[in-house]
Design a protein around this ligand. Structure first.
Ligand code: PCA
Length: 329
C-alpha cells in the first residue's frame, strides 16, 4: 500500500527537479594537480570552454589547476563525496584500489601512442566499472609522452643507479627505481623544483613534457629517452552531478569529452616533439640508452611486470590479454 502512495509523489518531485535543471545554469568545479604549463591542463580548459559554448552557458566548468583546490591524493575522494564535480588524476596513483590502474606504467606493454591508445580502449570497460562502483564516470583519458630518465651526468652505466635518489610520480615507478638499485621518492609534479633545489633528489623519471614545463635544465643536464611507458591522466565526474543536468546538457558534455580525448592525444604527440626541442635548446643532452643501460632497464622492467602479475586479479589480466590480442591482429 505504502508503495502506491509514494510512487506518484516521487514522480512529481523528479519532474519538478528536471524542470528546475533546465532553467538553472550549473556551475561545476574541476580539480587537477597539474599546472597551467601542462598540455593536459590546457586541454581541460579547452574542454570547459567547449562545454560552456555547446550549452550556451547552461554548464560552466571552472578548472582549478596545480593542486590549488584539492591535493592530488584528495581529488578522487572529493569527487566521490561530491565536494567537487570533476577531477583529473594520474591514473596509476589509484593502484592501491586495483592494479588495473597501473597497467599503463609497465614497461614492454605499450610503447607507442597507437598501442597506448589500444591499451586504454581494452582497459576502459573495467576502469569504467570500477569508477561506477564508487559513483563516478570517466570522461576522457590522455597519455603523457613516454617516460624517460633525467640525470645530472650522462647515464652510461647501470651502476650509476646505485643509491641514486630518483623522483618518481607513482608507486610503480618507485618500484622500478628500487629494482634498478636506486632510492626512489614520490614527488608531485609541482614539487619537482623544490625537490631538486633542496637536494632531496638527484634524478627523476618523467616525460619530455614535464621536464619542459618544470624547466629541468635548471637542475639536470641529461635526458635519457628510454621510452619506458606512456602513462595516462584520467578525467572523471560525479555521477550525481551528471544526473542533475538535463539531457541536452549531458549530451553536450559527453560530446565535448570525446573531443577532448581525441584532441588530448594529438596534443601529447605534438607536445612531446616540441618539448624535446626545448630541452635541447636549453642545453639538455637528449640520448637513447646504451646497451648496458637498456639491459638493466629491461631487467628492472621484467621484475616490475612479474610483481604486477602477482597482484593483478583475473579481470585485470584478461583486459591486458584482450589488448594484446587486438594489438597483434
Ligand atoms: N608527468 C607527470 C606524470 C607523468 C608525466 O610525464 C609527472 O611526472 O608527475
Amino acid at each position: 500500500m505504502h508503495k502506491h502512495i509514494t510512487t506518484p509523489l516521487l514522480l512529481v518531485t523528479a519532474c519538478s527537479l528536471a524542470a528546475a535543471a533546465t532553467v538553472q545554469a550549473a556551475e561545476w568545479t574541476m580539480a587537477t594537480p597539474y599546472g597551467d604549463a601542462s598540455f593536459h591542463t590546457q586541454n581541460n580548459k579547452q574542454f570547459a570552454e567547449d562545454v560552456a559554448e555547446a550549452t550556451n552557458g547552461d554548464l560552466t566548468i571552472t578548472v582549478h589547476s596545480g593542486g590549488s583546490l584539492v591535493s592530488h591524493g584528495e581529488i578522487k575522494p572529493s569527487v566521490r563525496r561530491g565536494t567537487i564535480d570533476a577531477g583529473e588524476v594520474f591514473l596509476s596513483i589509484l593502484s592501491n584500489d586495483d592494479p588495473i590502474f597501473e597497467v599503463d606504467t609497465l614497461p614492454g606493454v605499450a610503447g607507442s601512442y597507437e598501442d597506448a591508445y589500444a591499451l586504454w580502449e581494452a582497459t576502459k570497460p573495467m576502469i569504467t566499472e570500477l569508477f561506477a562502483y564508487e559513483g563516478m564516470v570517466p570522461l576522457y583519458a590522455v597519455a603523457w609522452p613516454a617516460q624517460g630518465i633525467y640525470t645530472s651526468e650522462p647515464l652510461t652505466d647501470p651502476d650509476q643507479f646505485d643509491g641514486l635518489r630518483v623522483r618518481a610520480p607513482n608507486i610503480n615507478t618507485q618500484r622500478f627505481v628500487d629494482n634498478l638499485g636506486g632510492s626512489p621518492t614520490e614527488t608531485e609534479e609541482s614539487d619537482i623544483p623544490t625537490a631538486f633545489s633542496t637536494g632531496r633528489v638527484d634524478a627523476m623519471i618523467t616525460s619530455s613534457s614535464t621536464g619542459n614545463s618544470m624547466a629541468a635544465w635548471d637542475y639536470v643536464t641529461d635526458y635519457t629517452d628510454a621510452n619506458l611507458w606512456l602513462p595516462k591522466n584520467i578525467v572523471f565526474m560525479s555521477q550525481r552531478s551528471f544526473d542533475r543536468l538535463d539531457e541536452a546538457t549531458q549530451d553536450a558534455l559527453m560530446e565535448a569529452a570525446a573531443r577532448a580525448e581525441e584532441r588530448g592525444w594529438q596534443m601529447s604527440r605534438e607536445n612531446n616533439e616540441a618539448s624535446l626541442e626545448t630541452l635541447k635548446e636549453n642545453g639538455i643532452s637528449v640520448s637513447e640508452p646504451n646497451e648496458a643501460v637498456s639491459a638493466a632497464l629491461q631487467a628492472a622492467g621484467d621484475e616490475l611486470f612479474a610483481d604486477w602479475e602477482s597482484r593483478a586479479d583475473d579481470d585485470a589480466k584478461q583486459a591486458l590479454e584482450s589488448y594484446r590480442e587486438q594489438r597483434d591482429n
